[in-house]
Write a protein that binds this ligand. Structure first.
Ligand SMILES: [Mg+2]
Length: 248
C-alpha cells in the first residue's frame, strides 16, 4: 500500500548542523581561504591591491550579490561575487578559470560546527524506514563545496538529492527550489515533509509549495516567526520520527 509521505527534505545549517558554537567569527574563518585566492592570482602574475583591500572588496561584493538576490529570491552565487571583485581589481575575468579558483579557495568545515547529536541517528532511521531524503540549502556555494562538509561529517550518502540555491538559481522561500528537489526525488509536494530553522525562508516556502513544514527550533535559535505558521515545531530532530508515524 502506498504511504502518504515518501520523502523528507532538510535544510542544512542550524537544522542538521549545529552552528551554536562556531570556533571563530566569519571574517576570521574565511580570511585564509580568500588569501588562498589572492596568492593564486599573484602567482599567476596579476597585479592586485593589498590583501586587506582585496578582502574588503570581496566582502562588499558578497553583501551586494546577496542583497540583489533577495529582492526576487534568486540564487546568489559566490562565483559572481568573485568575478565582480576581479573586474573591480582590473583583472581579465574571462581569462580566469572560476572552477579552479573555487578549488583554490579550499572551503572546509568550521571547527566547532558539528551535526546535532540526533542528526545521523535520525537520518539512519529515516533511511531504514524507506523515506527518500533530500537537502536544500540557501548557500551561494555550488553543492560540491558543501559536500566537503557533508563528507567530513559522514552525511552525504544519506541523501538522494542535494541542492544549493547557488546552483539552482532560486533560494528558499521560492517554490522553484522546492520543486527542483521534489523532481529529483520523483515525488510531489503533498508527499513530502520539509524540515528547516528559518520561518521566513524554510517554512514559508515549504507551506507555499504545499509540503508539510516542520520548524526546527532548538533552544539557542529562538527565531521570530513573523506570522509564519509551521505545521509542526520541534526542538530536536528526534521529534521528527513520531510526527512521520502520525502522518502515516
Ligand atoms: Mg538553516
Amino acid at each position: 500500500m502506498s504511504r502518504q509521505i515518501d520523502a523528507v527534505i532538510f535544510d542544512l545549517d542550524d537544522t542538521l548542523l549545529d552552528w551554536s558554537q562556531p570556533s571563530e567569527n566569519w571574517t576570521d574563518f574565511t580570511r585564509p581561504m580568500v588569501d588562498n585566492v589572492y596568492d593564486y592570482l599573484r602567482t599567476q602574475g596579476y597585479a592586485l591591491p593589498g590583501r586587506d583591500a582585496f578582502f574588503q572588496q570581496l566582502s562588499n561584493q558578497i553583501d551586494q550579490v546577496w542583497a540583489e538576490a533577495k529582492k526576487s529570491w534568486a540564487g546568489a552565487q559566490f562565483g559572481d561575487a568573485l568575478q565582480r571583485t576581479f573586474a573591480n581589481c582590473g583583472l581579465p575575468v574571462e581569462d580566469l578559470d572560476l572552477d579552479e579558483i573555487l578549488r583554490v579557495y579550499d572551503w572546509q568545515p568550521m571547527e566547532g560546527v558539528e551535526p546535532f547529536p540526533e542528526a545521523i541517528p535520525v537520518l539512519e532511521a529515516l533511511r531504514a524506514r524507506g523515506y527518500k531524503l533530500g537537502l536544500i540549502t540557501n548557500s551561494f556555494f555550488p553543492m560540491w563545496m558543501r559536500d566537503i562538509e557533508l563528507d567530513a561529517y559522514r552525511m552525504r550518502h544519506y541523501f538522494d538529492a542535494r541542492i544549493t540555491s547557488g546552483d539552482t538559481g532560486y533560494m528558499k522561500p521560492h517554490p522553484a527550489i522546492y520543486q527542483r528537489a521534489l523532481n529529483l526525488l520523483h515525488t510531489e509536494p503533498q508527499r513530502a515533509v520539509f524540515v528547516g530553522d528559518r520561518p521566513e525562508n524554510d517554512i514559508a516556502g515549504a507551506n507555499e509549495t504545499g509540503l508539510i513544514s516542520v520548524l526546527m527550533s532548538p533552544p539557542h535559535l529562538n527565531r521570530d516567526l513573523k506570522g509564519v505558521v509551521p505545521h509542526y515545531t520541534i526542538q530536536s530532530l528526534n521529534e521528527l520520527l513520531p510526527i512521520l508515524e502520525q502522518l502515516g
